[in-house]
Write a protein that binds this ligand. Structure first.
Ligand SMILES: Nc1ncnc2c1ncn2[C@@H]1O[C@H](COP(=O)(O)OP(=O)(O)OP(=O)(O)O)[C@@H](O)[C@H]1O
Length: 666
């Protein structure tokens, strides 16, 4: 399938809007093909942006729209496709301006600058065909759909059978091939662009328009202008073939807010019908986009007529029109939503089958025969301008009508009877109605209360609506964030994949390391058992050497003990000798003191002699004693030296033993 092309056009502010400084809430970015609508929800400005296949801002020219929207489709029509261009939008946003133009007149075959899509398409088709010197034939039709009734805008104005044939409703028939056709729709053969301009002017003049608050000349109907072209082609074998293409140019009536457009009574009914058919169009678009089963084409004539253009074999382009003013914002947003959704419709364009020239000529002969019959009937039967077939159909219709009349008369009689009965009922009802009027009054009071409650509810509804819009905006933002997150998730995923590769490398390294560690563990275990064995041997050696040392020390201690006891005994002997010597010395001194006192008594005369003898004896004794004492001292010193030497040698022996013990332990 090929998506329907959706273009958006925003008109400039009108003079009235400029004069009251109407704020603008629409921004068009033609390069980025974006339209933004600034909404004020709960005192916050929230922009909603829509992207289309092409965007035309308020400054865009008719020529620009034509070049982008129509030129490619004109080429397709000449290649044998059916193409449709339709304008959709709120009332007064420029649909008719875009399709037909601003009302400027053609001068010397040159189109005015405000000429719309239709006259430009016509001119281009003729320019191309003439440049190709093609053999072709062209027919145009102009159809109006007003209040669900079809009218031929090209039908002659006067007729003997009707005061206004052009306004006679026409039947929409199934063609048996899945398509529809309008019975009796006039197709005028044209041979030049200027002929078509005149036809257009005539048809447009008949379109139902009215002044509304939103548009001085508002189209109250949908219109379809169709151009059918047959072009002759020669096959390489020299056979003549006819290629057929059709261009439908649709100007829809504007969707409108009935209260804002000021539509009342008849206008309100029109607006209701317009909105109804546009709603069906919207439902068809939604079903096509959502692929949700049955497509309700048959619910309105508009959708039946556009069936092939929406989801069919036709190439379609929608031009959605909007106004930039803040007062139209609600309708603008609804148009933007509608058009944006339509972008997703897929058509399956198919080129029309080429016909052999002979077959076409045969068809034309049949057509000519039919027309001849009509002409013959018109000439021969004075005053009757219809062919016999139609006369018979009319007669049958007349008969059916008279039968219906009879039935109605019978019905009328019985109705009279019923009327009498009803009169009686009426009287009794009158009494009842008095009661009821009382009740009505009370009900009216209640209704007023209910209306107040309704107003409150409406207020709440508006608030809820605003909240929904806010939420929609938030959801949109969340979706954007989600997109960003998805993108990041992708990046993270690729990083994760890299990390997984790294990890698997790491794991293999760890595996290798594990193996090496296992080998190391075995070596350490082996070393440990070896060490334990060596340590056991060492401990055994040390303990035997310690026990040996201990026994040696014991022996040494015992020897020392015996040495000390012998030395103690020797020292005791010596002490006894010294004591004995001291005792003998003191006894000798006492003897000497006794002798001296005896000498004192015996003789004082020879005292000097005696004193000398005594002092000699004393010094002798003293010398003797000194010698004895020196001997004793020397003996003691020798004893002490011997003891200290013994002690030193013992200490060194003990230290040596300790060192040996220490070395053996560590
Ligand atoms: N792009 C434009 N440039 C200048 N004027 C414009 C443009 N679009 C619309 N207008 C003017 O705005 C007015 C309304 O336009 P138009 O009648 O085409 O609206 P509409 O959509 O067909 O309305 P309705 O649905 O009521 O028929 C016209 O006076 C028209 O000339």
């Amino acid at each position: 399938g090929v998506n329907i092309q959706v273009l958006l056009r925003c008109r400039p502010l009108s003079k009235e809007e400029l004069s009251i400084n109407t704020p603008v809430v629409i921004t068009c970015n033609e390069q980025r093909r974006e339209v933004s609508a600034a909404q004020n929800i709960a005192n916050k400005q929230i922009d909603r942006t829509f992207v289309f296949d092409k965007v035309f801002g308020p400054k865009s020219k008719q020529q620009d729209v034509f070049n982008h929207a129509v030129v490619p489709l004109v080429g397709e029509v000449l290649d044998g496709y059916n193409c449709t261009i339709f304008a959709y939008g709120q009332t007064g946003t420029g649909k008719t301006y875009t399709m037909e133009g601003g009302g400027g007149k053609t001068q010397d075959g040159e189109l005015p600058s405000d000429a719309g899509v239709i006259p430009r398409a016509v001119k281009r088709i003729f320019d191309i065909l003439e440049a190709q010197s093609a053999e072709y034939s062209m027919k145009v039709s102009f159809l109006e759909l007003y209040n669900e009734e079809l009218t031929d805008l090209l039908a002659p104005d006067e007729s003997k059978f009707s005061d206004d044939k052009s306004k006679k409703p026409m039947a929409l028939m199934e063609d048996g091939k899945g398509g529809v056709f309008v019975r009796g729709l006039e197709e005028e053969v044209v041979s030049s662009a200027s002929e078509i301009y005149k036809i257009l002017e005539r048809g447009s003049g008949k379109r139902k328009t009215a002044e509304t608050l939103l548009n001085k000349q508002s189209s109250r109907s949908h219109s379809i202008f169709s151009i059918t072209i047959h072009i002759k082609e020669c096959t390489p074998e020299g056979e003549e073939m006819i290629k057929c293409g059709k261009l439908n140019l649709v100007d829809l009536a504007g969707s409108e807010n009935i209260s804002r457009s000021g539509a009342r009574d008849g206008r309100a009914r029109e607006a209701g019908e317009i909105n109804k058919s546009l709603l069906t169009l919207g439902r068809v678009i939604n079903t096509l986009v959502e692929h949700s089963g049955h497509i309700p084409y048959r619910d309105s004539k508009l959708t039946r007529l556009l069936r092939d253009s929406l989801g069919g074999k036709t190439k379609t382009c929608i031009i959605a029109t909007i106004a930039p003013s803040v007062h139209c914002l609600d309708e603008t947003l609804s148009t933007l939503d509608y058009a944006h959704r339509a972008k997703n419709i897929k058509n399956k364009p198919e080129v029309n089958q080429k016909m052999m020239k002979s077959a076409l000529i045969k068809d034309l002969y049949f057509e000519m025969d039919r027309l001849k019959q009509e002409l013959y009937a018109a000439r021969e039967k004075n005053g009757i301008y219809i062919p016999g077939e139609q006369y018979l159909a009319d007669e049958a219709e007349k008969k059916a009508m008279s039968e219906k009349l009879d039935r109605l008369e019978l019905g009328l009689e019985s109705k009279d009877k019923q009327l009498d009965e009803l009169q009686g009922l009426y009287d009794s009802q009158k009494v009842l109605s008095a009661d009821l009027s009382d009740k009505l009054q009370t009900l009216q009071k209640k209704m007023q209360e209910t209306e107040c409650a309704l107003a409150v509810l409406e207020e709440k509804y508006m608030q809820a609506n605003n909240t929904i819009k806010e939420k929609e905006y938030l959801i949109e933002n969340l979706l954007k964030t989600e997109k960003v997150l998805v993108h990041e998730a992708h990046t993270l995923r690729s990083e994760l994949e890299n990390t997984t590769d790294d990890l698997s490398g790491l794991f293999s390294k760890l595996e290798r390391k594990g193996k090496i560690e296992d080998a190391n563990k075995n070596i350490v275990g082996h070393f440990h058992s070896q060490l334990t064995q060596d340590m056991d041997i060492l401990h055994r050696n040390i303990s035997t050497s310690v026990s040996q040392q201990e026994s040696q020390l014991k022996v040494l201690e015992e020897e020392m003990q015996s040495f000390i006891t012998t030395k103690g005994k020797v020292a005791g002997g010596l002490q006894n000798q010294v004591r004995e010597m001291k005792e003998s010395f003191s006894s000798r001194i006492t003897e000497l003191h006794g002798f001296a006192s005896e000498l004192n008594l015996k003789s004082q005369l020879s005292s000097e002699k005696l004193n000398a003898q005594v002092s000699a004896h004393t010094s002798d004794l003293e010398d003797c004693l000194k010698g004895l004492l020196a001997d004793a001292d020397q003996l003691l010193i020798g004893l002490q030296n011997g003891l200290s030497q013994q002690e030193e040698s013992l200490t060194t022996l003990v230290e040596q033993q300790h060192e040996v013990y220490h070395d053996a332990n560590y």
